[in-house]
Design a protein around this ligand. Structure first.
Ligand code: NDP
Length: 363
């Protein structure tokens, strides 16, 4: 399931405001305070913990102190993604000024799925916001596979295109593997090409691109100063687009990594040993408070709609992790929405910019 970016930034923003965040004037994110039941999880006993974390805007380490009430630090993916987009925008301008090159991203959409159309629109908007050119091809649902392959081949050869992305899922008559493999590795900004994944898995090899969502997870850990080296990490989920590459990335950063999947026995017990949890399952609130080691850092990739009569849309989005229970036990946690979701698009822009720089041998 390549390029499946399942966040809706506008609704994400609305929901984030309902969460108990606050921001200090110095840019540090406040300790989250859970003020009311947001969804179905029930609270668990509060446990004390300490953890040093760095604000993404400062080099200073801050310490989340022992507490007897919910006080996990909120890892604010929306704010970090905004910061990264600003950095990318500045770099894009510099590149243009220096050598007259504007990075370009081509997106191929097949069919009329509303969700896919929304994701493509969001990517286009994100490109515009940082000065990256976007090229879009929209084909009908019954388009032959050859037509998609022809567009990929043209984009592969086009020097103004530095990244090619095929929005998935594709209609069932198309062979997804054939299509994804047709994207040249130099423009595989999704990072799903087997050669990129293979290099990610091998010691001493460097992938040209790292898949966007897992890259966003690690970037959040870095920007919040979370130490990964030597830590125990558990990745829940092993999909090609999130779980597996997230586990490979953590391993590259010298974490000791365990992967939990649908056939794992005693997942709670295994997860409870983790200093860092990355969950990418797609099951609302699966990871409860008693799965979490006090002081753990949690990156919740899951985006799950659950019924909510009080929401104008009749539903809201929750993660794989029970947020309010995690807030009581973990040292830091990403909210859903507003955590990993915004990072995915930011990483896509980052990969496109890197690709353009690489094409002109610019560091
Ligand atoms: P997949 O369905 O491809 O993979 C889910 C993984 O979870 C599988 O490896 C599966 O195990 C595992 N799993 C399923 N049930 C359980 C269980 N009960 N216990 C442990 N493991 C389980 O999903 P994706 O990786 O594509 O996406 C995962 C979630 O992340 C979804 O909610 C998706 O919407 C979200 N997502 C968010 C993105 C973002 O930008 N924030 C981007 C991409 C995805 P097995 O392999 O054994 O079947």
């Amino acid at each position: 399931m390549a390029s499946m970016i399942v966040t809706d930034p506008s609704s994400a923003a609305a929901a984030v405001h309902r969460l108990p965040f606050a921001r200090f004037s110095n840019g540090l994110i406040s300790l989250g305070r859970f003020v009311g039941p947001l969804h179905v999880c029930s609270p668990t006993t509060t446990l004390p913990r300490t953890l040093s974390l760095r604000s993404p805007r400062s080099s200073r380490f801050i310490t989340a102190s022992m507490a007897t009430e919910p006080s996990a630090k909120v890892i604010d993916g929306k704010a970090v993604a905004k910061q990264i987009r600003e950095e990318i925008g500045a770099d894009v301008s510099k590149l243009k000024e220096a050598i007259g090159v504007v990075p370009g991203l081509a997106v191929i959409l097949v069919g009329d799925r509303k969700d896919s159309a929304t994701y493509v629109r969001n990517k286009k908007k994100a490109c515009e916001s940082v000065g990256i050119n976007s090229f879009e091809v929209h084909l009908p649902d019954d388009a032959p596979e050859e037509e998609v392959l022809k567009f990929i081949s043209d984009f592969n050869a086009d020097p103004t295109v530095h990244g090619i992305l095929v929005q998935l899922p594709l209609p069932s008559h198309m062979n997804e593997q054939n299509i994804l493999n047709a994207v040249t590795i130099e423009k595989d900004v999704d990072g799903f090409h087997p050669l990129n994944i293979g290099r990610l898995a091998m010691r001493g090899r460097e992938p040209l691109f790292v898949p966007c969502t897992p890259k966003g997870c690690i970037e959040l850990l870095h920007r919040y100063g979370v130490d990964i080296k030597g830590k125990r990490a558990v990745v829940i989920g092993r999909s090609n687009i999130v779980g597996m590459p997230a586990a490979l990335l953590l391993q590259r950063e010298d974490a000791t990594v365990t992967i939990v999947h649908s056939r794992t026995k005693n997942p709670e017990e295994i997860t409870r040993q983790a200093d860092i949890i990355i969950s990418a399952v797609g099951q609302p609130n699966m990871v409860r408070g008693n799965w979490i080691k006090p002081g753990a850092v949690i990156i919740d990739v899951g985006i799950n709609p659950v019924e909510d009569a009080s929401s104008p849309r009749g539903y809201r989005l929750v993660g794989d992790v029970c947020y309010e229970e995690a807030c009581e036990i973990a040292a830091a946690v990403t909210p859903v929405p507003g955590g990993v979701g915004p990072m995915t698009i930011a990483m896509l822009l980052s990969n496109t910019l890197s690709s353009a720089k690489r094409a002109y041998n610019i560091k």
